[in-house]
Design a protein around this ligand. Structure first.
Ligand SMILES: O=C(O)CCC(=O)C(=O)O
Ligand SMILES: [Fe+2]
Length: 442
């Protein structure tokens, strides 16, 4: 079966032994087989066909071939519409009986393809995320949506430098913190893409109202993740053992199907290693795509294909809470893809609002993090692609991303204890943490 999972083309004789496949193979393998036989058909359509034929690869394949003969020009609508589950006919682990082993989620998607996931159990099994649908009582979700739609009318695009070009983010955003004092600190001490933020706002009544609910749910999901997915049922190395305390929120607005955000990992500079993020979606449903970063050898002759696994799309309907777990930012990238079609939302029209609640750790306050030679705080990154140093953290100059500035070449390996605490002057930040009334939740 490796041929399918690795993305090599399989000859159509696959269908001849498909009764064997039907009895013994899991949904993901069946989907991979179908997708190698019908390369132009989307994962949703393949899954739909499998469901309609009780999991029989042979019948599903025959009906897909028939469909195409009958209506070769039939267009498929890409709007997000339904919820279905890979588990419906291939339940590998009955609820609550998942092995707590270090087993990595099996690779489902293959190079150049997108595997679409709708069901929370599929998301938890195959991605570093978990999702809760219908998270808030409907009225509360609508109140927050309305408040944020109003706020978003004055959001701006972020400007940054990409190679030698100055570019703007393909959506708008703003940043919310708890107190006036924090607004000032953010505006003066913190740097993003090498520059100070100008638009930092006080947390709004609805953001404040929803925050403890997000906090409670995210902490519950973290504990579940540790129990069910991490080696030995233990937290990951560098992950904090302390509760997750959201003390700020980035809010994004995607106005229309073309607004998006490209593949990236979130900045760890002020969150520290193994950060967890709680991401609430409101308004128009959009696709959140994730892709595992495949490390490669420095010897280019044995270079692995970085896109060998393809991408996974998690559908984010209105009022869903996505938790990006501790392995996400270091080992995966994520994006919001431009959509070909969207279903307008009764309140938001064509807009999607996304609130990412984050825990800025006091020990990673900009006054403690390393500063580079050009005077701006260095950024924290992790080696993602090079096998020999994969997972090692480092601090580097970010000047190269600032319009009109050059990189000063500052570089320093990061040094953290097993709980992700930085090695610098621990007593200093511990005292600061104790004396600072702004820490944690207000
Ligand atoms: O809109 C989303 O769901 C994701 C936004 C995101 O990745 C970010 O703000 O870093
Ligand atoms: Fe992000």
């Amino acid at each position: 079966m490796n041929t399918f999972l690795k993305g090599t083309k399989r000859k159509s004789s696959a269908v001849e032994d498909s009764s064997l496949i039907d009895d013994n193979e899991s949904t993901d393998v069946k989907l991979a087989i179908l997708s190698s036989l019908h390369t132009n058909i989307s994962q949703e359509a393949l899954l739909e066909a499998l469901l309609a034929h009780d999991g029989s690869v042979q019948s599903a394949s025959a009906s897909l071939a028939e469909d195409r003969l009958a209506s070769p020009k039939k267009k498929r609508n890409n709007a997000i519409g339904y919820q279905s589950s890979l588990r419906l006919f291939a339940n590998k682990h009955p609820a609550g009986e998942r092995p707590a082993s270090p087993k990595k989620a099996r690779s489902l998607s293959k190079k150049g393809t997108t595997l679409h996931l709708y069901d929370p159990e599929d998301v938890a099994e195959h991605t570093p995320c978990s999702i809760i649908h219908n998270f808030l009582p409907p009225d509360e979700a609508n109140e927050l949506l309305k408040e944020m739609l109003n706020e978003s009318s004055s959001f701006d695009k972020i400007t940054f430098k990409l190679f030698d070009n100055v570019v703007q983010s393909p959506h708008t955003s703003s940043f919310y913190v708890g107190t006036e004092a924090e607004i000032n600190t953010q505006k003066h001490d913190y740097f993003y893409n090498g520059a100070r933020l100008t638009d930092v706002r006080p947390i709004t009544p609805q953001l404040l109202h929803v925050r403890p609910k997000v906090q409670e749910a995210v902490n519950r999901e973290i504990q579940k993740r540790i129990r069910t997915h991490y080696p030995g049922g233990q937290k990951l190395k560098y992950q904090s053992p302390d509760p997750w305390l959201p003390n700020c929120a980035f809010v994004n607005c995607y106005n229309g199907p073309q607004e998006s955000v490209g593949y990236h990992s979130d900045q760890l500079t002020y969150l520290g290693p193994r950060a967890v993020i709680g991401s609430l979606s409101l308004g128009v449903a959009r696709e959140f795509r994730v892709r595992r970063i495949m490390p490669k050898d420095s010897d280019t002759s044995t270079m692995d294909d970085p896109d060998i696994e393809g991408q996974i799309s998690i559908h984010l309907p209105h009022n869903s809470l996505l938790v990006m777990h501790a392995e996400m930012q270091e080992e995966w990238k994520h994006s919001i893809a431009p959509a070909q079609a969207i279903d307008p939302h009764p309140i938001a029209g064509n807009r999607r609002i996304n609130v990412t609640y984050r825990h800025y750790k006091p020990s990673f306050h900009a006054k403690y993090t390393p500063r580079c030679k050009c005077g701006i705080p260095a950024i924290l990154r992790v080696v993602q692609r090079k096998k020999e140093n994969q997972g090692r953290y480092f601090w580097m100059c970010h000047g190269g991303n600032v319009p009109g500035k050059e990189n000063c070449s500052f570089f320093q390996w990061g040094d953290f204890d097993d709980d992700g605490n930085p090695s610098w002057d621990k007593s200093r930040y511990k005292v600061a943490q104790k004396n600072n009334p702004e820490n944690g939740l207000r």
